[in-house]
Design a binder for this molecule. Sequence first.
Ligand code: ADP
Length: 394
Amino acid sequence: MKKVTCTAPVNIAVILLGGKRNEELILPINSSLSVTLHQDQLKTTTSIATSRDITEDRIWLNGKEDDINHPRLQSCLREIRRLARKRRSSGSEDGASRNLNYKVHICSVNNFPTAAGLASSAAGYACLVYTLAELYGVEGELSEIARQGSGSACRSMYGGFVQWLMGEREDGKDSLAQQVEAETHWPELRVLILVASAEKKHVGSTAGMQTSVKTSPLLKMRAESVVPGRMEEMIESIRKKDFESFGQLTMKDSNQFHATCLDTFPPIFYLNQVSQQIINLVHRYNAHYGQTKVAYSFDAGPNAVLFLLEPTVNEFVEVVKHSFPPAPNGDPFIKGLPVSPAPLSQELTTAIEGDACPGGVRYVIITQTGPGPAQSQDPTLDLLGADGLPRSSA
Ligand code: ADP
């Protein structure tokens, strides 16, 4: 039996995907750009086994068997096997264990809530494609295949700062992800995820986007006239590590994306009252300092992702606790990278005064930029047992 285990990261868009021009191949109407988050905090782990004794493809997701016939899952399996066949016919295949007639058992877990607006589909499909490629010994450009699982998964194939070029071709061959800068480029950058809700989403982003593409004139205008210039400016601000510019562009892009949601008919509301309070809080905080110290981005859901530099983290975490006093349920409110207490000055407390909203933020994850997918060498991470079935802990 051949078994491979890999891990893959979540990514957070700072220039957001507005909609798709081709649903089947998942081709976007605009390019997008994201920050890959560190796998120490959020990651998918996937183990895949293949052998003569495995007679049907099966998948287990977070401990439960899932539908292997999901069309997007099937696209990824088909495309990787096609590449593997191509490789074999070119004579470079090594080892009978890579026999393509064998079926696979896939077992995957996310160490964070699935389908709750934390980009599990991006990490999940990136991990699936990367692990399949390792199993079959397929090399080369894989983001095009990950894209066919979940659009944003193509950006999780690289670490650091990543752009997904929309491409022009109808077959999608040029709709790929590319690393803009590696994860080591901007070591002071930190990311706070304010989980407003860890429940499953109400409006699926795919259905929402389809309606937006059909009905929103603003979405079309944004894709054609705003995003191309904004991509260039964003790349420039990342290269220069210019937080003022990076933060402003991030917030403006998030706001414009949600404006296109309101411009959709019937409209879509991803932001809730807590999201709006977070937006106001960030603007009040920045106004107090007369500069952009914190920036927010919201994708298709109410969770806020905040970007800031390391020296701001301790104080801003206190600000969040002050404005959204944690519910006394005993669960940790702050997860991820460590923070130290930081007293808030009277002037700052006055400047950020709004309606305190106890329990509005369920918890905060503190993280930073991190590397792309990698094969694990740690056998304790293997989710499949020697029989090719999920271990009891998976
Ligand atoms: P999210 O906001 O978490 O990305 P979505 O509803 O967009 O939520 O996507 C969730 C879907 O992504 C799941 O129902 C599943 O089909 C897929 N998915 C999530 N995690 C994994 C994984 N580890 N491996 C394979 N597919 C996954």
